[in-house]
Design a protein around this ligand. Sequence first.
Ligand SMILES: *[C@@H]1O[C@H](CO)[C@@H](O)[C@H](O)[C@H]1NC(C)=O
Ligand SMILES: *[C@@H]1O[C@H](CO)[C@@H](O)[C@H](O)[C@H]1NC(C)=O
Ligand SMILES: *[C@@H]1O[C@H](CO)[C@@H](O)[C@H](O)[C@H]1NC(C)=O
Ligand SMILES: *[C@@H]1O[C@H](CO)[C@@H](O)[C@H](O)[C@H]1NC(C)=O
Ligand SMILES: *[C@@H]1O[C@H](CO)[C@@H](O)[C@H](O)[C@H]1NC(C)=O
Ligand SMILES: *[C@@H]1O[C@H](CO)[C@@H](O)[C@H](O)[C@H]1NC(C)=O
Ligand SMILES: [Zn+2]
Length: 324
Amino acid sequence: MKKATAIHLAYAIAATHFVCTAVAMAQHHQFYAAAGPRVIIPERPLPLIPGPGGSWSPSSQPYENLLVSTPQEQASSVLFDYTDGPNGPDHWGELNADWSLCKSGAQQSPLAITPTLMITDSTLGDLKANYTSKPVNATISHDGLNLKVDVPSSAGELKIYNVTYRPASFHFHRPSEHRILNYSFPLELHLVHKSEDDRMAVIAWLFVPGSTNNSFLAQFLDELPSHKKPYANLEISPINLPTLEPNYGRYRGSLTTPPCSETVIWTVMLWNFPSVSDYQLKQLKSAMPRKNARPSFPSRGRKFRINHTPNWTLMKQAFKDNTY
Ligand SMILES: *[C@@H]1O[C@H](CO)[C@@H](O)[C@H](O)[C@H]1NC(C)=O
Ligand SMILES: *[C@@H]1O[C@H](CO)[C@@H](O)[C@H](O)[C@H]1NC(C)=O
Ligand SMILES: *[C@@H]1O[C@H](CO)[C@@H](O)[C@H](O)[C@H]1NC(C)=O
Ligand SMILES: *[C@@H]1O[C@H](CO)[C@@H](O)[C@H](O)[C@H]1NC(C)=O
Ligand SMILES: *[C@@H]1O[C@H](CO)[C@@H](O)[C@H](O)[C@H]1NC(C)=O
Ligand SMILES: *[C@@H]1O[C@H](CO)[C@@H](O)[C@H](O)[C@H]1NC(C)=O
Ligand SMILES: [Zn+2]
């Protein structure tokens, strides 16, 4: 087992049976079909993802990484929620004329990830992301419902389809928004990146329940004040960014909050899932008292392209307690 260090997000010990199985298998490299020789091919270029109305406009992109910063955003944050009520996900598209994609969009996120959507695309190759291993200064903000950590753009870069994206911030959803084989995870981390021309790429990590504290999460969860009053801009420094896993899947989707702009390239880390302790889940619940996971969407013709083919026999065993 790769040794966990203070900066490793992904190698904490997992508690549940299926996770132990999955992690152990992944770490012994048996979870995947033989990958064959690795050929370095440029990633397949995809057409640019048009924003609402066919073109990108920065103003159409509010929340995924701006949860608390301006009064305007705060005002809209009270206009939608995650309940079954009139402001819940089923009605986001009706609450504001600018949010119609939440209802009518054909490339919405999160995606319900199922085996039939997965196609191996070896041209994806390894994830072309590079984060500094040095600590960076980060700013944590909290509005009583959401938790966001801003990181400097100098902290790293992610290359997708010839476009360079730089990290901007990360935040959490509980339980997870993405489901794999219909398994819902207790927590999901979104690391939001932006390109110079304001396109977005988000990397998602799904967390499984574990028996030890996750050291990446501890860096900032242990800095949260114990009171629940909203606060903003508590500076924490330094912070280390999560590490990346060799396996991922990619698809085109949207912001998972209004206005649900279909401008996001999603990368979902697969199989070697990081874990979160009960203690840390409690810390997160205290900071984010309400569940904030948007229900998942069908693919509508989209594929979930994975860079390595999994061993389906082993995977189905690992997820055997969960229907899909
Ligand atoms: C998948 O795992 C099973 C069980 O360990 C093994 O028998 C099979 O050979 C593996 N398949 C591939 C393609 O590696
Ligand atoms: C990652 O970034 C560092 C610092 O910018 C650079 O020295 C290194 O070459 C980069 N590594 C890769 C694989 O791009
Ligand atoms: C973080 O901020 C402090 C105070 O502004 C500064 O002294 C320090 O160099 C910064 N650290 C990094 C890694 O940028
Ligand atoms: C990548 O960017 C370079 C420089 O802008 C350009 O020359 C090249 O055609 C681009 N490649 C693709 C596949 O878009
Ligand atoms: C997690 O961290 C908290 C606070 O430091 C500590 O009290 C607790 O014992 C830790 N739990 C585990 C499982 O290590
Ligand atoms: C997915 O799981 C939920 C409960 O978590 C269940 O209601 C639903 O029927 C499942 N979907 C499929 C396609 O099995
Ligand atoms: Zn998110």
